[in-house]
Design a protein around this ligand. Structure first.
Ligand code: CS2
Length: 486
């Protein structure tokens, strides 16, 4: 079969949507860091809509910060790829044209810095996942991270988001170019403000005056992004290629639901994303809290409870009555911590339908990755607030115990799933010794910095210890029954 490309677009079957604009006339206006499946299923499609509507100045240069996979697969197909939207009713296919070129940062860091300094580039967006923010246990920038140490010494060969952004900001300033806006699209609370704070820490360590310039002239709006994007499998590639009649070696698969809420602070201009479904707001926090605590919190719960119960996918795990009931109990604990005025009932109703989508095959092990970076904002912060107000935390704390048990079970239990965590080395040291649940939990809390320095930590820890004892003695099923009944 021929490969997907600009030249083969005309041969696609009529039901496949495709770019109908002149791609050669598009100018890059956005550099995106972290060009994984999520970005291609979400932001890149909003930009594709804007380009089709004639906003030709907002093409995307995509950069991978680590692997060459995406560039290797997409460059030969003119950076085109297919978005497959799947539900129980079938699959809609759309070829997306907003990606203009792809870079691999470690191969040639200077090229990425040059791209960030293009005069036409006005927005830098990021989906680099939680761990690329390199926060230490106290939430500040991890100056002990070897890549941060490297970036502070090797200014023109950066490895981290901080090194790249600061180098580009400096060069643009020196050249008298207007600054860009930096838009984080990662699942972190106040993601723009968090990135700004960490970048300022880095900038202060790099040089006098720089932090003040960033503080004065760069906007960091926060945003809430939402779309479930399972990892693409070989079967997906084969099915999509067969439907297209040409080979697409890098399609992405997603659900019909899609949401993007963005703080409207773009001094250098922006595409009219709101014309295509994005919501522009002054303050993203209520949307973000609801998403992190209700969606991502329950996602992590389903992942760890599901893995320990032998469920491979979200739909499978959520189809088990005990886990479904557990998730409802978890929502009941999280909802009182959310700002007033949110329609949580409609939101959780919609989540239920999304998790039940039988076509997604979203693997529990995929969500289980990087728990130490995810649980603080998804579960621990919620539980801390609940303890503060003397309210129940049984479900929330069982998620933490299940994460610990699932990390421990990896490698020992064949069906415990494969996933990884940036703290794996430290976790392995803790699990290497056979010790009480109390000792394990205390050490894991120290390592991950959960509720660090908070008065509520002891109470949280004790609840997690009790759950871990039950899991160890009687299994995850018994632990679930203890909190949410038969
Ligand atoms: C998931 C998220 O993998 C995970 O941790 O919880 O990626 C989730 O699918 C997205 O945030 C949905 O918008």
């Amino acid at each position: 079969m021929t490969a997907l490309s600009d030249a083969s677009l005309t041969a696609l079957p009529a039901h496949v949507a495709r770019p109908r604009y002149d791609r050669s006339a598009i100018v890059p206006g956005i550099v995106h860091l972290g060009v994984g499946a999520f970005h291609r299923a979400h932001q890149a499609t909003y930009v594709d809509d804007c380009l089709a509507a004639g906003e030709t100045g907002w093409g995307i240069i995509g950069a991978s910060l680590r692997s060459t996979d995406t560039r290797d697969a997409m460059a030969p197909q003119d950076c085109l790829y297919t978005l497959a939207v799947r539900s129980g009713q079938g699959e809609d296919l759309r070829v997306v044209g907003s990606m203009l070129s792809l870079l691999v940062a470690p191969e040639d860091p200077a090229r990425l810095v040059d791209a960030l300094c293009l005069p036409s580039v006005r927005i830098i967006t990021l989906t680099v996942t939680e761990k690329a923010y390199m926060r230490n246990a106290a939430g500040g920038l991890d100056f002990n991270h070897s890549d941060i140490v490297w970036d502070l010494a090797n200014h023109d060969q950066p490895k981290t988001i901080y090194g790249f952004l600061v180098e580009a900001i400096l060069r643009r300033q020196a050249a008298g170019m207007p600054p860009f806006t930096v838009l984080s699209c990662d699942n972190l609370p106040a993601n723009g403000e968090t990135l700004r704070r960490l970048l300022l820490e880095f900038a202060k360590a790099r040089g006098a005056g720089l932090a003040a310039h960033i503080d004065r002239s760069i906007a960091f709006p926060s945003s809430m992004v939402d779309r479930i994007v399972p990892a693409t499998t070989d079967a997906d590639r084969a099915r999509v290629s067969a439907a297209l009649g040409v080979t697409d070696s890098w399609p992405v698969l997603t659900e019909p639901f899609c949401q993007w809420v963005i703080e409207d602070r773009f001094p250098a201009g922006r595409p009219a994303w709101e014309r295509f479904g994005a919501t522009m707001v002054e303050d993203v926090r209520p949307f973000e809290d609801m998403k992190l605590r209700l969606l991502n919190g329950s996602h992590s719960a389903i992942a760890y409870l599901g893995l320990l119960s032998g469920h491979e996918t979200v739909a499978d795990a959520f189809g088990a009555p005990a886990i479904r009931r557990f998730v409802q109990g978890l929502w009941n604990e999280a909802i009182p911590t959310l700002p007033a005025g949110l329609d949580t009932q409609t939101y959780t109703g919609r989540l239920t339908a999304r998790y039940d989508n039988p076509a997604l095959q979203h693997r529990t092990a995929q969500i289980a990755n990087d728990g130490s970076q995810k649980l603080p904002q998804r579960i621990v912060a919620t539980a801390t607030e609940q303890v503060r107000r003397n309210a129940p935390v049984d479900h929330l704390t069982l998620v933490i115990a299940a994460w610990i048990a699932a990390c421990d079970a990896r490698g020992r239990t064949p069906d415990a799933g494969q996933f990884s965590d940036p703290l794996d080395a430290g976790l392995a040291t803790i699990f290497a010794v056979s010790q009480s649940a109390a000792a394990t939990v205390t050490q894991v809390f120290d390592l991950a910095g959960f509720a660090s320095g908070q008065a509520e930590r002891t109470e949280l820890q004790n609840a997690v210890i009790a759950h871990l004892e039950t899991i160890r003695a009687a299994g995850i099923g018994a632990a679930i029954t203890t909190v949410s009944g038969e």
